[in-house]
Design a protein around this ligand. Structure first.
Ligand code: AMP
Ligand code: ZN
Length: 112
């Protein structure tokens, strides 16, 4: 399967690692939309939040548990925003579930 984020996870494509555990991988976004912009992905391929099931929900939950740890590593003590784009109308461009962590400044009250 040809998936950009699977290739990043297995090291075929380089990335700037922020955090890694058995279940998830976090790395800097190549085109940051805020002073701090990191992506957190499950190591197993799940298309998007629209593909979460009873079977894979434990994996997704572990990604969520990692997010505050990653935010702490990134120094986001004053808060941050987490976004997951889903599908065509959500403007998802990489079809491997990922959570954007954005922060490092006071973000816009609305994203669009
Ligand atoms: P989305 O539009 O929600 O699917 O987000 C995909 C994100 O992946 C975008 O913010 C891109 O900037 C980011 N991205 C694409 N290619 C890379 C890469 N090679 N390394 C890091 N981030 C990437
Ligand atoms: Zn993938």
């Amino acid at each position: 399967m040809d998936c950009l984020f699977c290739s990043i996870i297995n090291g075929t494509i380089p990335s700037t690692k922020v955090y890694e555990d058995d279940n998830c991988y976090a790395f800097r976004d190549i085109n940051p939309q805020a002073p701090v912009h990191c992506l957190v992905v499950p190591k197993t391929h799940i298309e998007s939040l629209d593909s979460v099931t009873d079977e894979n929900s434990a994996t997704v939950a572990k990604v969520l548990v990692a997010i505050p740890k990653i935010a702490k590593l990134l120094g986001l003590s004053d808060g941050y925003r987490v976004i997951s784009n889903v599908g065509e109308n959500g403007c998802q461009s990489v079809h491997h579930l990922h959570f954007h962590i954005l922060g490092g400044e006071k973000l816009a009250e609305r994203m669009c």
